[in-house]
Write a protein that binds this ligand. Structure first.
Ligand code: GTP
Ligand code: K
Ligand code: MG
Length: 368
């Protein structure tokens, strides 16, 4: 009996030899949907093991956000870890020095950020080579990934790592496709679009729906989506949209001319972990990508406390979230909040629990 990996290989081979045109788009749509389903099967943990997650790899999460380090062996992940956090993580010239998740912590702009040094991965990791699946499963739960690359090695490494993450349902530096999908009991498939669709073919959509056994649905497409975007929406549970910074390590070993070229790569930060070069820039880029919200508390009649902000995630930054971050009983006595800063029109302004705070807002909670 052929395994899931074999079936995936067969479909990928068939897709590679099928030219995309009007006559083949239905067939290609079906193949893509089949492929997405098989890949999901591969990643779903079974009793015989083989899924994501895993023993010893998952560590307790601390801080407001976590950053996972992904890269081939010996690119300098653990050297970076020690440099950033002071947390010792074994460094050596041989491959697979790090064998499990090593957590550490950075405090940046008053925010506690967890760093997760991970074992090296190799090509084929997502298909079960080495401990790749457990490693990528940890990265998938992070708020940011540092893809660490060795600048002495070919840049094709970047592509290979991205493909490994993509294959595991991680979408790198992307937001979810702007497609609203609503399954219905009857009425057939209704597709509407607000922008011209240059990639998608209705035959392909029909084939995908058929493969997913969906007979009736409203599909509102609000971006120039591809069929892969549509499949991502159908497989939304298995997808994680994670920002990535490429930490281009070991720049101490290259020339200035080579360094100039590296600066053209988007979302990249050239560094030397060993010498501590350009680490400040890496931290600044990390801060931007994490998109955190610092809120300063101002006790009534006193100056705000700028030394220890309450740090919130940008998707959970209402006044209520702020209260809960301090103590869960605060909302019970809450009357109103007085806020100064970017989130309010008037300085100050009285707001309720559902008000969304902005970075560097100042808040006073008035109790009942
Ligand atoms: N020249 C140079 N060498 C570095 C730098 N950072 C790390 N190294 C060296 O690269 C080798 C591997 O470093 P590690 O930090 O163990 O690499 P790793 O990615 O954690 O490796 P694994 O845990 O095996 O996946 C060591 O010999 C380090 O001294 C750097 O910035 N410049
Ligand atoms: K190593
Ligand atoms: Mg290591």
């Amino acid at each position: 009996m052929s395994t899931t990996v074999d079936k995936i290989k067969d479909i990928e081979a068939e897709m590679a030899k099928t030219q995309k045109n009007k006559a083949t788009s239905f067939h290609l749509g079906m193949l893509k949907a089949k492929l997405a389903k098989l890949k999901r099967e591969l990643l779903t943990p079974t009793t015989s093991g083989g899924g994501g997650g895993g023993s010893g790899f998952d560590v307790a999460r601390t801080g407001v956000a976590s950053v996972g380090f992904i890269g081939f062996p010996s690119v300098g992940k653990s050297t970076l870890m020690s440099r950033l956090t002071g947390q010792h993580s074994e460094v050596a010239a041989y491959e697979f020095t790090t064998l499990t998740t090593v957590p550490g912590q950075v405090v940046y702009n008053g925010a506690k950020i967890q760093m997760l040094d991970l074992p090296g991965i190799i090509q084929g990791a997502k298909d079960g080579k080495g401990r790749g699946r457990q490693v990528i499963a940890v990265a998938k739960t992070c708020h940011l990934i540092f893809i660490v690359l060795d600048v002495n090695k070919p840049l094709t490494d970047k592509k290979i790592i991205e493909a490994e993450l993509e294959g595991f349902g991680i979408r790198v530096n992307k937001s979810p496709p702007n497609i609203i999908f609503k399954k219905k009991d009857k009425g057939g498939i209704a597709i509407t679009n607000t922008v011209p669709l240059t990639h998608i073919d209705h035959d392909e959509i029909t084939a995908v729906m058929k493969e997913y056994k969906i007979n009736s649905a409203d599909i509102a497409i609000r971006c120039d989506a591809t069929i892969d975007d549509l499949i991502d929406v159908l497989e939304a549970k298995g997808r994680s949209y994670i920002p990535v910074i490429y930490a281009l390590n070991k720049i101490d070993a290259i020339s200035i001319e080579e360094l100039d070229l590296l600066y053209r790569i988007p979302n990249a930060c050239p560094i030397s972990s060993e010498h501590g070069w350009n680490i400040d820039e890496l931290m600044e880029q990390m801060w931007e990508k994490l998109n955190l919200v610092r809120v300063y508390t101002k006790p009534k009649g006193k100056l705000p406390d700028y030394t220890s902000p309450v740090v919130l995630r940008s998707n959970k930054c209402t006044v209520e979230d702020f209260c809960n971050a301090i103590h869960k009983t605060i909302v019970d006595d809450f009357r109103v909040a007085v806020v100064y800063g970017k989130s309010v029109k008037h300085q100050p302004q009285k707001v309720g629990l559902s008000h969304e705070l902005a970075d560097e807002d100042i808040i006073t909670i008035v109790k009942k």
